[in-house]
Write a protein that binds this ligand. Structure first.
Ligand SMILES: [Fe+2]
Ligand SMILES: [Fe+2]
Length: 330
């Protein structure tokens, strides 16, 4: 084995770092240590102020546009709830039945298809949430529960698409869902990003998944026996998703400081003034068959909303008491 003792020539062409001007280095000759010079502080400060302003403006936009009373967790993009397009194929013909039953079956197929699309969109919403929780350094327990929720939503979607196919001569599968665009931005200080996640969890999780749980539970108690077990399981899953959302709100409030708390207070104001939108009840159908087949009345959503909101406002009042936030942050 030979040893290479050749000495390398000195790298004389490399610039001497000490020979650079103060501007190039970005340091001042501060005797207390190196620091940024004044112009760089100004540029940094302006940049930070701009991103903070745009992030707060985004929070206000989010509160106005993406807080709606719906069943389950929506997948928001550019202020709209996005869902996949169904892939439809031909199946067996529906059995012979009366005109009223035919109309009811058609409406049931459409309702279960919409439920399937909403459940499938929830997969995207949780996947997106999980990435943002990771970026915020969330505890492993929250990440783990979010991963379980993704699995739940996959099962819920599968169940709903299968249900939709039983009432028509069509077979449905979820198509691709567009995920481009940003939900809550990745810019701004951590306390602001924690505020976004807390607001999202408050409305999409605590409120809307709580509503979904109540509606599914009620449906499970009046549907035909063959469906009640599946609906009761969905109700329990959605209730767990609502509780997961609450844990995220509590964690974000304890970590985020004054800015997160201020955003949550805005969220409470929005919650107090929200009203469910009027959606028409399906007409010219057999309501008895509709309920037996596991669907809900429009009024179920309205009453579930008022109960859920009352419970949530009580929890928020308790959470936002100064001693409570200070204690959980300690
Ligand atoms: Fe679900
Ligand atoms: Fe859910």
């Amino acid at each position: 084995m030979s040893e290479n003792n050749d000495e390398k020539p000195p790298q004389n062409d490399a610039p001497d770092p000490d020979a650079r001007s103060e501007d190039e280095k970005g340091y001042s000759d501060n005797p207390e240590g190196p620091g940024l010079n004044m112009s760089m502080w100004v540029i940094l400060g302006m940049g930070l102020a701009c991103s903070l302003c745009s992030a707060i403006a985004f929070a206000v936009f989010m509160l106005r546009s993406t807080t709606q009373v719906v069943k389950g967790r929506p997948f928001w993009r550019s202020g709209k709830a996005r869902a996949p397009e169904a892939v439809v194929s031909q199946g067996e013909s529906a059995s012979q039945c009366s005109q009223l039953e035919m109309r009811t079956m058609e409406a049931l197929g459409q309702a279960w298809l919409e439920d399937g699309e909403a459940e499938h969109a929830s997969i995207a919403a949780f996947a997106d949430l999980q990435l943002r929780l990771l970026a915020l350094g969330a505890p492993r327990a929250l990440l783990s529960e979010t991963a379980s929720a993704i699995q739940d939503e996959i099962r819920h979607g599968e169940f709903c698409y299968r249900q939709a196919s039983t009432y028509t001569d069509k077979r449905y599968q979820p198509g691709a869902i567009r995920i481009s665009g940003s939900r809550s931005g990745g810019l701004g200080p951590r306390s602001l990003r924690l505020g976004f996640v807390a607001l999202e969890s408050l409305f999409d999780g605590c409120l809307n998944e709580g509503i979904a749980a109540k509606i599914a539970k009620q449906a499970s108690q009046r549907c035909k026996p063959g469906l009640s077990g599946a609906l009761a399981k969905i109700a329990a899953d959605e209730a767990a998703h609502g509780e997961l959302a609450w844990k995220i709100v509590e964690w974000a409030a304890s970590e985020g400081g004054a800015l997160t708390t201020a955003l949550l207070k805005r969220g409470v104001k929005r919650l107090e003034t929200m009203e469910p939108s009027n959606q028409a009840e399906p007409t010219k159908i057999s309501m008895e068959l509709w309920l037996l087949e596991g669907q809900a009345r429009q009024n179920d959503l309205v009453s579930a909303f008022y109960v859920q909101r009352r419970e949530l406002l009580e929890r928020m009042t308790d959470l936002l008491q100064p001693r409570r936030i200070t204690a959980s942050a300690a």
